[in-house]
Design a protein around this ligand. Structure first.
Ligand code: CA2
Length: 144
């Protein structure tokens, strides 16, 4: 069975490429997913890319990653990064490497973005490289 990496995106990331390009870039989430799929193919692995605006979907998908034997999860939880104890607990519960991903660098932005419930449970964080953050995180997942 192919090695699978789950790529989970949280609220509003479906709007990527349509607003605030100065912060988040001009790529759409579909562009990012396509680039990840191409890189994964080169590396001989599979990516399963999903997005939801609902916190519970992200919790369920973290559980599913564990249940289906995924190797790792790349997680951009969007604004839930800064609020979600439920996602923090799910990351701890699944005992899989979860790599926190951000397009922007939250530490250079508003104070309320400086705290990450995801980062406190994740294996590591890649932030601030725009769409490339996801590709760097995919490479990182495969050296684990
Ligand atoms: O930099 C990131 O990847 C973030 O996770 C993006 C979140 C933000 O709340 C985090 O602090 C950092 C916001 C995602 C919203 O995406 C939009 C895309 C296009 C237009 C408006 C919002």
């Amino acid at each position: 069975m192919a090695t699978t990496i789950f790529v989970l995106n949280g609220p509003n990331l479906n709007l990527l490429g349509t607003r605030e390009p100065e912060i988040y870039g001009r790529d759409t989430l579909a562009d990012i997913d396509a680039r990840l799929a191409a890189r994964a193919e080169e590396l001989g692995v599979a990516v399963d890319c999903r997005q939801s605006n609902h916190e519970g979907d992200l919790v369920d998908w973290l559980h599913e990653a564990r249940a289906t034997g995924a190797k790792a999860v790349l997680l951009n939880a969007g604004a839930y990064t800064h609020t979600s104890v439920a996602l923090h607990d799910a990351i701890k519960a699944i005992q899989l490497p979860v790599i926190e991903v951000h397009l922007s660098n939250p530490h250079t932005r508003e104070e309320f973005r400086h705290k990450s419930y995801i980062g406190m449970a994740a294996k590591g964080t890649i932030a601030g490289f725009g769409a490339k953050s996801y590709l760097i995180a995919l490479d990182a997942a495969l050296i684990l």
